[in-house]
Design a protein around this ligand. Structure first.
Ligand SMILES: Cc1cc2nc3c(=O)[nH]c(=O)nc-3n(C[C@H](O)[C@H](O)[C@H](O)COP(=O)(O)O)c2cc1C
Length: 357
């Protein structure tokens, strides 16, 4: 039997198999960041994954930036997420929440009134965001966070981790890539600060390290994880030395004893992210690199990590685990419905029993 179907323990998380559903923004929450009934059904259908990492979810109103993305800072959002986690647990699944603060990759149209776009420095990202009102718009000019503001944002993450536990999540994963707030701090091109959060690489990784520390103190390090993709230039990120930055973050996170590190290999980065994580992280690794069943098996057999994650294959294959186990062909997803509201192209992909071979 393939190693993919063997159980594995990552911190306090006991996975029934090594096939993880990677986080995917699908824009099916309501206008107030509240998860919908479609989301309950979508995640329930995918509960046979060894672990679901639920989509990037904001710890605060300021952290929102894409249309119809979920949040977890108020009672209504927590209540709605509880329906998701209950559904996944009822199917025997395990689910953690990815916490995503987009920082400067944001626009006012996609946030509640009064929310601000914030970043380490007042540098606009050369990126555009889709809005329901006006189509694609430029990102906002961000406000630079003061030292007091930074302490406040760290506290938002801490509270979001507690809220996630209250909502029934088995843990949280910090989104530390793709040009969002933690990476804006880490990358030299978006962080021009001259205080203890800017300048040297140790200072630039301080923000994500303090966020992880605060979340681990709140809910236990065995339920806190980190996602990174060294060298990923997405959302206008440039860094003078992505390898040194990623190494510094791993070194800073190491003493915490996190549940796992979710490591993505970017085709655009000129470094071997998996080797880097193996060298610097003693937490279990979840590997992500455009895998199919065969390449995932090879990576695990080679001892590169403890589990693998799949994103796109989970879109049209809700029972991906069963399909890989039975060697069934994988269905293809429809791009047009990736971010559209409603169940179409989201919670209406069939399970394999109903697929004609
Ligand atoms: C529609 C879509 C939404 C995504 N949203 C997120 C997200 O919210 N957080 C994140 O860390 N990665 C996100 N990703 C990246 C995926 O988790 C994954 O790293 C990437 O798709 C490569 O894995 P794959 O080849 O198995 O699809 C997203 C990818 C897709 C296709």
């Amino acid at each position: 039997m393939s190693i993919l179907f063997e159980p594995v323990r990552l911190g306090d998380l006991e996975l029934a198999n090594r096939i993880v559903m990677a986080p995917m923004t699908r824009s099916r929450a309501d206008q107030h960041g509240v998860p919908t009934a479609e989301m309950v059904e979508y995640y329930r259908q995918r509960a046979s994954a060894g672990l679901i990492v639920a989509e990037g979810t904001s710890p605060s109103a300021n952290g929102l930036g894409y249309c119809r993305t979920p949040a977890i800072y108020n009672a209504e959002q927590i209540r709605a997420w509880k329906a998701v986690t209950d559904a996944v647990h009822a199917e025997g699944g395990l689910i953690v929440l990815q916490l995503m603060h987009v920082g400067r990759a944001s626009c006012a149209q996609n946030k509640p009134a009064g929310a601000a776009t914030v970043a380490p420095s007042a540098l606009r990202a050369r990126t555009q965001l889709f809005t329901d009102q006006a189509g694609l718009v430029d990102s906002d000019e961000p406000q630079a966070l003061s030292l007091q503001d930074i302490a406040g944002v760290i506290d938002e993450y801490r509270q979001a981790a507690l809220n996630a536990r209250e909502a029934g999540f088995d843990g949280v994963e910090l989104h530390c890539t793709s040009g969002y707030l933690p990476m804006q701090f880490m990358a030299s091109g978006s962080n021009l600060r001259e205080d203890r959060y800017g300048g040297s690489v140790e200072n630039r990784v301080r923000f994500p390290a303090e966020v992880l520390t605060a979340m681990a103190a709140a809910i236990g390090a065995g339920r806190v994880a980190l996602r990174l993709c060294p060298g990923n230039p997405f959302n206008d990120i440039s860094d003078e030395d992505p390898l040194a930055t990623a190494e510094a973050l791993c070194r800073a996170a190491e003493p915490l004893g996190l549940a796992y590190v979710h490591i993505m290999r970017s085709p655009l980065a000129e470094l071997d992210a998996f080797a880097l994580a193996q060298r610097h992280c003693s937490s279990g690794l979840i590997l992500n690199d455009g895998f199919d069943g065969a390449s995932a098996e090879v990576a695990l057999q080679a001892g590169q990590g403890e589990a693998v994650s799949f994103a796109r294959h989970f879109i049209a294959n809700p029972d991906l685990v069963e399909r890989l186990r039975r060697g069934l062909p994988l269905a293809r997803f429809d791009r047009k419905t990736l971010y559209s509201p409603g169940p179409e192209g989201y919670s209406d992909y069939p399970q394999s029993e109903t697929v004609t071979p």
